[in-house]
Ligand binder design. Structure first.
Ligand code: MG
Length: 268
């Protein structure tokens, strides 16, 4: 009842403003000032804008042990071998497996899953190098490319400033994370992702965009975000029709980022 009254009150104020705006251009400007900011989407900022406000920092709590895979999960990496992975050119995967993790071997290119996937629940743990080296995008950069096309950024974003749509947990170049819930470099962190692939009509045009929900270290950082297209650097390429299932790719950005405990559940 209380909510109704507040809504009703808002409506009355709105109507009064509207009536006065007809007679008074100043109040018309006031209406624009009140209504427009609320309606503007996250896309109001230019891509990679350094002026964009930084997401609030949230301490996610201490590092946790690996999350066991559920019984129906497809385990892509259990710490022992890369049998589920290939190099970009389909030859044997070249990244380094050691002590239960796999580390980016700079210059060898992306790690590509042998199988393709569409809609998934993905769990993946990662750790950026310590001591940290480089600044901004050059510090602990890697990335998780759903379907090999849509990048969830991996970066050392602990006290390391960069453009918000390129920090850890960003849908790269499209949407910053809601908060910065990263741990310091050298500590293990976990993404839990719900990804829905895009759908295309028979003529190749877009029917439904891809969507992503992401938790970082148990903290919600992407809430059912609708991707505007494939992720890219200094570009906003449009959607282009592709198969319903495509391999997952992990990025070689030249930094020795580590991954462990990678599993997913297919959702379709
Ligand atoms: Mg990256």
């Amino acid at each position: 009842m209380k909510a109704l009254r507040i809504a009703d009150c808002g409506l009355r104020i709105g109507l009064r403003l509207l009536k006065s705006a007809i007679h008074n251009p100043k109040s018309a400007m006031l209406i624009i000032g009140i209504i427009l900011p609320a309606r503007m989407s996250a896309q109001q900022w230019p891509q990679h804008s350094m002026d964009r406000p930084r997401p609030p920092v949230v301490d996610p709590g201490p590092e946790r042990p690996p999350t066991p895979a559920p019984k129906d999960a497809i385990v892509l990496f259990d710490g022992t071998n890369l049998s589920q992975w290939r190099a970009q050119d389909s030859t044997a995967a070249k990244w380094t497996v050691k002590d239960g993790y796999v580390e980016v071997k700079a210059g060898t290119g992306m790690l590509v899953s042998a199988r393709g996937f569409g809609d998934v629940q993905l769990h993946i743990e990662w750790r950026t190098p310590t001591p940290p080296q480089g600044e901004g995008q050059e510090r602990g950069n890697s990335g998780i490319f759903l379907m090999g096309i849509y990048e969830l950024q991996v970066l050392d974003s602990y006290q390391n400033d960069t453009y918000p749509d390129g920090q850890a947990g960003a849908i790269y170049g499209e949407n910053p994370p809601l908060v910065n819930a990263t741990r310091p470099p050298g500590q293990w962190q976990a993404y839990d992702v719900i990804f829905h692939r895009p759908h295309f009509k028979a003529d190749g045009t877009l029917e439904r965009p891809a969507r992503m929900t992401v938790f970082l270290n148990g903290v919600l950082i992407q809430d059912d975000f609708e991707l505007v297209g494939p992720t890219a650097n200094q570009a906003r390429p449009p959607y282009r029709a592709h198969p319903d299932k495509l391999p997952l790719r992990l990025q070689d950005h030249g930094n020795p980022v580590r991954y462990r405990n990678i599993w997913l559940r297919e959702l379709e």
